[in-house]
Unconditional design. Structure first.
Length: 414
C-alpha cells in the first residue's frame, strides 16, 4: 500500500465506503472486533424477528397449514434460487438442504456412479477434514471400486487423468485462505473426462463465484459463514442442469420423490434439483438463513470483493509494520488473486496468543497446529477495526500477555 497508514486515514476510508450502510443491519456487541465471520457469521438484526415469527405465528398458530399458506414446502427451492445468484448458477440448479457433509456424500457418491470404469477420487492433503473423511467414507462404501488420492495442489493438474472419476476441492482453503483457479482446474478435469465438485464454504458471499461460467458440475456450500445463517444453518448444493436427469444420489428420501405426497412404496426421483433432497429441511433454520442471504444478495459482489481485497492488503501491511521480529509468519498469499477473504498467520504460540486476543475483545480463531485466522467480512467489518485489532495484538506481544496460564489450557472448540 502506497499511502501512509494511520487511523485517521482508515476512518476516512470507512466514511467513503459504499458498503458501510450494511453494518447497521447486523447485531454487533459493543467493544468487540469480530474477525471470525469466515467461521461463524454475526447475527443479522432481522434474524431474531424472523425466528420469532416462524415459531410464534407460522408454527404456533398456523401449525401444519404453514406447509401451504406460509410456503414451507417451497423454502429449499426459493432459498436455493437466491443463493444461485451468488455462485453463478441458474434458477433450479441450487437447493438448500442438510449439511455440507451430507451434501458432499450425496454428490460425491452420485458422481462416482456416473463414471463407471474410473477408480480415482482426487483431492488435496490438508483439505477441510470433513471433506476428506466423507470421501474416505465413499471409498469404503464402494468396496474398493474407487479410491481417494490426495495430491499436493501444485501437482493437481498433472494428477487428473483418464482414470479420475471426480475431483473434489475446496475453492478457498479453510486454513491458509489460498484460492484455486476454478476455471483452470475445471477445464483440466473435463479435458480428461472427469467430473469436478467444488466446496464453496469459504467462498460464497466472500468472493465472486461463477459456476456456470467455468462449467462446474457440482458444488456444495455452508450457510453459517459469510451468509450469516446462524450456527448449524442448513447448507446448499449445486447440480448443473445437464446432470440433473441422470444423477442418482444415494440418500433417496421422500422429499426427493417426484410426488412425495402420493405416498407410494417405490421411489421415483424428482425430475430436477429436488431429487437431491432427502428429508425435511429445517424450516426454522432455513427461514433464519434467508435473512442473511437476502442481505448478501442486496450487496454488490464486485464491491464486496474489492473491499475484501483492500482489507487483506491493509492487514498484511500492518502485520509487516507492527509484528516484525515477534515470531509471526504469513501463511496466506500476498497475491489477492490467490487469496480468499481471510489472512492467516503462523506462530508457535498461536493458540495462547489467540486466547489473549479474544480476552481483549478481538475475535479471530485458531487452527491446529499453529495457525491464527482473521476473516474479513465487508458488510460489517470496518477498516478501523483492522487497525485497532493489530494495535491490540502488538500490545499483547509487547506485554507477553499470551504467556498467562489461563491462555495455555485448550478448550474443546478452538
Amino acid at each position: 500500500m502506497t499511502e501512509q497508514l494511520n487511523r485517521d486515514l482508515l476512518q476516512r476510508w470507512d466514511q467513503e465506503d459504499e458498503l458501510a450502510g450494511f453494518r447497521e443491519q447486523f447485531h454487533l456487541p459493543d467493544n468487540l472486533i469480530y474477525m471470525n465471520g469466515n467461521s461463524l457469521g454475526v447475527m443479522p438484526r432481522q434474524a431474531l424477528a424472523r425466528a420469532q415469527d416462524v415459531v410464534e405465528r407460522e408454527w404456533g398458530n398456523d401449525l401444519i397449514r404453514s406447509w401451504n399458506i406460509n410456503h414451507w414446502i417451497d423454502l429449499p427451492q426459493r432459498l436455493g434460487n437466491k443463493i444461485a445468484r451468488l455462485v453463478g448458477a441458474d434458477e433450479g440448479e441450487v437447493i438448500v438442504c442438510d449439511s455440507t457433509s451430507v451434501n458432499l456424500f450425496k454428490l460425491a457418491a452420485a458422481a462416482v456412479r456416473m463414471q463407471p470404469g474410473r477408480s480415482k477420487i482426487i483431492s488435496e492433503p490438508g483439505n477441510f477434514p470433513t471433506d476428506l473423511y466423507v470421501l474416505q467414507g465413499v471409498e469404503q462404501f464402494s468396496d474398493g471400486r474407487v479410491q481417494l488420492h490426495t495430491v499436493e495442489r501444485e501437482q493437481l493438474l498433472e494428477a487428473i487423468d483418464e482414470d479420475t472419476a471426480v475431483v473434489v476441492l475446496t475453492h478457498v482453503h479453510y486454513k491458509s485462505g489460498s484460492m484455486f483457479d476454478m476455471a483452470a482446474l475445471t477445464a483440466r478435469a473435463h479435458e480428461k473426462g472427469a467430473l469436478i465438485l467444488w466446496d464453496l464454504s469459504h467462498s460464497t458471499g466472500a468472493v465472486p463465484v461463477d459456476l456456470n461460467g467455468v462449467g462446474a458440475d457440482f458444488a456444495i456450500g455452508c450457510g453459517y459463514k459469510y451468509l450469516n445463517g446462524g450456527p448449524g444453518a442448513p447448507a446448499f448444493l449445486f447440480v448443473a442442469r445437464r446432470h440433473q436427469a441422470t444423477l442418482q444420489q444415494p440418500l433417496s428420501g421422500w422429499f426427493g420423490h417426484a410426488n412425495p405426497f402420493a405416498m407410494r412404496d417405490d421411489y421415483e426421483p424428482a425430475p430436477g434439483i429436488e431429487r437431491t433432497l432427502c428429508g425435511t429441511t429445517s424450516v426454522i433454520g432455513a427461514s433464519v438463513l434467508e435473512v442473511g442471504v437476502d442481505l448478501m444478495v442486496a450487496a454488490d459482489m464486485t464491491k464486496v470483493r474489492a473491499k475484501s481485497v483492500k482489507m487483506g492488503e491493509l492487514f498484511i501491511a500492518l502485520v509487516e509494520q507492527r509484528l516484525q521480529g515477534l515470531g509471526f509468519t504469513l501463511v496466506s498469499s500476498k497475491d489477492s488473486a490467490q487469496r480468499g477473504s481471510q489472512v492467516s498467520l503462523r506462530h508457535e504460540q498461536g493458540y495462547a496468543i489467540m486466547q489473549a486476543l479474544i480476552a481483549r475483545g478481538v475475535i479471530g480463531d485458531f487452527r491446529a497446529p499453529d495457525i491464527l485466522r482473521f476473516g474479513f467480512t465487508p458488510l460489517y467489518l470496518r477498516y478501523v477495526d483492522i487497525w485497532d485489532a493489530l494495535e491490540v495484538l502488538a500490545d499483547i506481544m509487547a506485554r507477553g500477555e499470551w504467556q498467562s496460564s489461563e491462555y495455555q489450557v485448550r478448550t474443546k472448540v478452538t
